[in-house]
Design a binder for this molecule. Sequence first.
Ligand code: J2J
Length: 544
Amino acid sequence: PAGTPYTTPTWPADVAARYRAAGWWEGLTFGAMLRDRAAAHPDRVAVVDHAGPGGTRRALTYADLDLRADRLAAGLAARGITAGDRVVVQLPNTAEFLELVFALFRLGALPVFALPAHRASEISYFCSFTGAVAYVIPGVHEGFDHRTLATTVLARSPALRHVFVTGGDPGPFESLADVPAVPVPLPERDPSETAFLQLSGGSTGVPKLIPRTHDDYVYSLRGSAEICRLDEHSVYLCALPAAHNFPLSSPGSLGTLYAGGRVVMCPRPAPDVAFPLIQDEGVTITGLVPPLALAWTAAATGTPYDLSSLDVLLVGGARLSDEAARRIRPALGCALQQVFGMAEGLVCYTRLDDDPETVVTTQGRPISPDDEIRIVDDEDRDLPTGATGHLLTRGPYTIRGYWNAPEHNARAFTEDGFYRTGDLVRLTPGGHLVVEGRAKDQINRGGEKIAAEEVENHLLAHPSVHDANVVAEPDPYLGERSCAYVIRRQGAEETGAAALKRFVRERGLAAYKVPDRIVFVDAFPTTGVGKISKKDLRAESAPA
Ligand code: J2J
């Protein structure tokens, strides 16, 4: 709500000055970046999608994208949306996604990046927690009516004034296509200010929001584009949900625009949708989570589509097994780059000139020479090189704190500003990181992150549930899936697993967070000091 003193942690002034002096922060805003590229090569295609009437192909040049962003910014300004406002963006992979985020960047309004899979529980939280004034949705997407969702969200979010709908019938709301107006002069934004709020994978009851500045994010794009060798001939297929940090920035759609390349929006990442696009659009690079990389590898054998334009496949978001990594080049005929990144900042890549063994067995090394890495024990003591421990990091594009979460920040960051990633890693003698596990209370379901506590809280809201613990269990395809151990209240034996899953879904939780399996137990295993032992629960789930 207006007047709330939101806190946005940032880098100490001397550190910021150092990052500027080193040239990492170039003082470029997203608005200026697009303006510059549009001036340099107006007629080059910036983005292609297949979301025109009846699924027709649409191509926007850099000049088109630049003008559309200006027109949309003017229209949003006319509706009272101003610098500093938060706008929840929940769009599928379409050109409108890029038009809108650049319009908001130019206005200085902050996109809050939701995923299409989010439902009333997540979206209402984003809207109320950020005091968002607007929410942008597709009408019906993948068979789900986001307009109905918006009605629920609107009733719960006092600050929310506008719902804009892309594609088709806007229902009771306004069509985003009706918003654009004659461009108005807007003040240039300060590159050191927060450009947007990204979502954390999360390990707490509610997701945390990540404030990223123009300076720090543009640097991560530039570094990523160099490492992935993007140039004006690059064609990036945006196959994962466009708002996620990986397809947005590693090097993603924004890194591709930074480099002057072409972004192809892929509506779904399945091979039958992606392969024809790779062939027809001459895609050179894309990024996938491990289960999809496996699915593509399997589907490539005998495919009628010509995938020969594909030079690089980035795989990250969850641990890619060495065996799966080895299969990628032979099957898809492209180079593999492993990427270990996080929306909070740090991104590591294997390099295109790393030896093949390093590429298949490690998760790479950081973008920046100024990325600081510490690997520590439970008491924050540095471990000898090669030992596995907690990864702490700080650097020119890693946040110093979550948005408006001072208490949580005191735990999630060290006093001197290192982010506690919750990942367990080790360093190889060659200086590459290997992800060995996780200390945070999270399930990594094929790259989709689930905070155990968030799901547990929803389960606990059921009258038959006395207590609940959600843990990861191995899954041959996803790597991990979620399993809820539930203690029922006395006399509540009739509530079964299916009913509980339905209950959680109906509370408006994204489908990927609904427990894959529910096991009813009489008690949870405890540790020596009487704390519930998630480790022992995980062991119960492990294959014998
Ligand atoms: C093991 N675990 C990994 C990997 C991420 C690029 C790529 C991915 C993300 C991302 C991202 C992993 N092996 N290769 O933002 O820009 C797990 C770790 C990490 C968490 C972050 C990007 N790559 N992970 O996945 O914010 O546990 O970002 O801390 O969604 O994913 O999740 P997220």
